[in-house]
Design a protein around this ligand. Structure first.
Ligand SMILES: [Zn+2]
Ligand SMILES: [Zn+2]
Length: 368
């Protein structure tokens, strides 16, 4: 554990016009003043480039270091002078709302190598959220106004990306179809012939190779993994080298899964592809892959930040969470159902059914 009050290097970007603190304006390449609208271009820092770490080298170096789990650290706002605690890489001052970006020491924890900057503004995200709520069947009417009141939070989620050249020896079985002619007696007692498909299995073994590049593995545990996965795909070609300016005005979560845990998840994802490769290699009509032995060569990884608008709201004594991909606008979420609306729909359906039964029985009475 690191010291609870560790001081990290921190960045704030004063407005040259009014002295307030600038934030990164989504969809642009500029910092903008939330008060006077002054804009300042983010100057690309040429010394920064996206570098991937060798996993083996990192592991060798990590042996003698203490685990760096997520202690809160103190930041001092240069806007209002208030000291506060945060466990995030960037946050807003809880007193004046000024954007604060923290740059942790690379000796203490892995620092982000790359970032996909926010493209969708909070206003646009709010529209997407409300359209999504409106398009839900049986959503309570009060949800829309509730969602608007609670607001949404721009958050960078940390991801590991992994690369590896793999070579896999496998054993399995190949199934080939063949056909036999069978005789049978048909319903009229006549003897008939038919072709019947059978399968013959042969033991097989072989070798497949595949290069994996930039496979995404979520590094946060506090959000449901299946939900986070649904935010994909991400436009990864638009990733830029990390610069603290892109974080100003947003919350940035620290990674909660350490690199070895990320590696295990990467291997699980990669093995699904390798299994398909083995099946392709086996050929034939059906395949069974019984064992795979994979060499994971030149494993490298990096820390990447991806932008998400998060909305959480209480409804019916439950917390509901909605996430919006801040690049594609895709909305993924959890939603309540209105009991009243469902009951009304069921009652309406029952009335229709009762009327139909009544009409049918009246018609039958007239006929008889
Ligand atoms: Zn200003
Ligand atoms: Zn402040």
């Amino acid at each position: 554990m690191t010291d609870q009050t560790t001081q990290y290097k921190q960045q704030q970007y004063p407005c040259a016009s009014c002295g307030a603190r600038l934030t990164f304006a989504a969809g642009t390449t500029a910092l903008k003043c939330p008060y006077c609208g002054f804009e300042q271009q983010v100057v690309a820092d040429e010394t920064r480039e996206v570098r991937e770490h060798s996993f083996d080298q990192w592991l060798a170096g990590a042996q003698d270091k203490p685990a760096t789990q997520i202690a809160a650290h103190t930041v001092t706002c240069t806007g209002c002078g208030a000291r506060s605690e945060t466990d995030k890489l960037s946050d807003l001052c809880p007193f004046c709302g000024a954007a604060i970006v923290v740059e942790p020491d690379a000796d203490v924890m892995i620092t982000p190598e790359a970032v996909l900057p926010f493209a969708i503004t909070s206003a646009k995200a709010m529209d997407l959220f409300q359209d999504w709520v409106k398009s839900r069947w049986f959503a309570p009417g009060s949800l829309k106004s509730l969602a608007a009141r609670e607001g949404i939070q721009g958050t960078y989620l940390p991801y590991w990306t992994y690369d590896s050249d793999t070579m896999t020896m496998y054993r399995g079985q190949r199934g080939d179809y063949y056909y036999v002619t069978e005789t049978y007696t048909d319903s009229e007692g006549k003897e008939q012939e038919r072709e019947v498909q059978k399968i013959r299995w042969y033991p097989v073994y072989g070798q497949v190779e595949r290069v994996f590049d930039d496979i995404l593995v979520s590094a946060v545990k506090r959000l449901p993994a299946d939900r986070v996965e649904k935010l994909e795909p991400w436009d990864l070609p638009a990733v830029v080298p990390y610069q603290p300016e892109y974080l100003a005005g947003y919350q940035t979560l620290r990674y909660e899964a350490e690199p070895p845990e990320g590696l295990a998840n990467f291997k699980r994802i990669a093995e699904r592809q390798i299994q398909r490769d083995c099946a392709d290699d086996i050929g034939g009509d059906q395949q069974r892959v019984e064992s795979m032995d994979t060499q994971w060569n030149s494993v490298t990884f990096k820390l990447l930040l991806l932008p998400v608008w998060l909305a959480a709201y209480r409804f019916d004594d439950r917390v509901w969470q909605v996430m919006i991909n801040a690049r594609t606008g895709e909305v993924v979420g959890d939603r309540p159902f209105s009991k009243l609306k469902i009951i009304a729909a069921v009652v309406a359906a029952l009335i229709v059914l009762a009327v139909v039964i009544l009409v049918v029985s009246l018609l039958k009475q007239q006929q008889s």
